[in-house]
Structures are given as structure tokens and as C-alpha cells.
Write a protein that binds this ligand. Structure first.
Ligand code: S3P
Length: 192
């Protein structure tokens, strides 16, 4: 088995679903943004403001590569929404991991992110316009890098985990013994 990388727009549920997925298969969970925040003085938002997006992308590339090359094979890595912008990142994720695109409509993302203050690229202006622009730019890149695409819609986190595992199992990317039945109560993606 190879590590699983989750890609998708901010608010797609990469971290919440990633944690639940890792727990279900008895693996470890890693979050690229959390790893970046261990290396910088403040938050990602502050880093964007002081150092600019290019510096963030350079750090993101370094951290993503480090994780993809070193995590145990039974791991789930949640990537930042913009990680796919780099062709080198896409190639590396595709070669070293099983990539799952969590795809959500922009209206669903607006609903989930309407009170967000943490994501630098979504602050100020019309959230729906910003997300629509990101979707237009990135959806083709997520699809290009992904081995599997999961439409998130509004099912519970555990249902999404089951949907992912079913696809991975059918494609032979995960052993059946790693796919236990659901034990946790259903939780929605409303609070990201
Ligand atoms: C970004 C998404 C964020 C974070 C940074 C940049 C993006 O991660 O990496 O703010 O470019 O879309 P999430 O996708 O987890 O919000």
C-alpha cells in the first residue's frame, strides 16, 4: 500500500475526512499545513502576508515532498488546496502516493466556509467569486493528478470514508483486511 494524498479545494474536507480515513485503516494522519506551521513563526495567513505566496509555495513543496518520501505506507496526507498548482508536486504525489480528489461544488464550499477567517486566499471580496475562480483554475489539475475522484456532496464523514475505501479496495490499492466496518456515529462536514 502507498500513502493516500487527499487533494481538493479549501473546505472540501481533506483534514476531517483524512483523519477519519487514517483512523479507519489504522494508519497515521499528516496535514501539510500543520507541518508548515511547525516551521514558521506564526500562522499560514501571517506567513502569506509577510513573505508572500511564492515563499509559501516553496515551503509547501519541501514539506509535501518530505512527507510523501518518509511517511509509513499506511498513512493519509491532507494537502493544502494549492499544492496541485506545481507540476513537480503533481508528479511527485502521483508517483509516490494514491491521490484522492475530494470534489465539492462551489455552492457547498461557500456554505461551509462562509465564516472562515484563516484562509488567506479567501479573505475580502465575494467568497463565491473567489471559490469559483479557484475551482475553474484547479479542478482540471485535481483531476489530472487524482487516481480517484470522490464527489463529496453532503454525506457524513464516515460515508465519505467508506466511499473512498470501497474505490481503493476495488482497485486493489488497499487490502480488504484494512477495511473494517463503521464504528463511529455519523458527523457532517459542516464545521471545518
Ligand atoms: C491554500 C489552501 C490552504 C493553505 C493555504 C493556501 C490554497 O489549505 O494551504 O492557505 O492555495 O488554496 P486548505 O486547502 O486546507 O484550506
Amino acid at each position: 500500500m502507498r500513502p493516500i494524498c487527499l487533494v481538493g479545494l479549501p473546505g472540501a474536507g481533506k483534514s476531517v475526512v483524512g483523519k477519519a480515513l487514517a483512523k479507519r485503516v489504522g494508519g497515521q494522519f499528516f496535514d501539510v499545513d500543520e507541518e508548515i506551521e511547525k516551521l514558521i513563526p506564526g500562522t499560514i495567513k501571517q506567513f502569506f502576508e509577510s513573505m508572500g505566496e511564492d515563499s509559501f509555495r516553496a515551503l509547501e513543496k519541501q514539506v509535501l515532498k518530505g512527507l510523501c518520501c518518509s511517511v509509513p505506507s499506511i498513512s493519509v496526507i491532507s494537502t493544502g488546496g494549492g499544492a496541485v498548482l506545481s507540476e513537480a508536486n503533481r508528479q511527485m504525489m502521483r508517483e509516490r502516493s494514491t491521490v484522492v480528489y475530494l470534489c465539492a461544488s462551489t455552492s457547498e464550499l461557500v456554505r461551509r466556509l462562509r465564516y472562515d477567517t484563516r484562509r488567506p486566499l479567501l479573505q475580502g471580496g465575494q467568497l463565491s467569486e473567489k471559490l469559483a475562480r479557484l475551482f475553474e483554475e484547479r479542478d482540471p489539475l485535481y483531476r489530472e493528478v487524482a487516481h480517484f475522484v470522490i464527489e463529496t456532496g453532503r454525506p457524513s464523514v464516515q460515508t465519505l470514508v467508506s466511499m473512498i475505501l470501497m474505490q481503493l479496495e476495488l482497485a486493489g490499492c488497499i487490502e480488504s483486511s484494512r477495511v473494517p466496518s463503521v464504528i463511529d456515529p455519523p458527523v457532517g462536514l459542516d464545521r471545518l
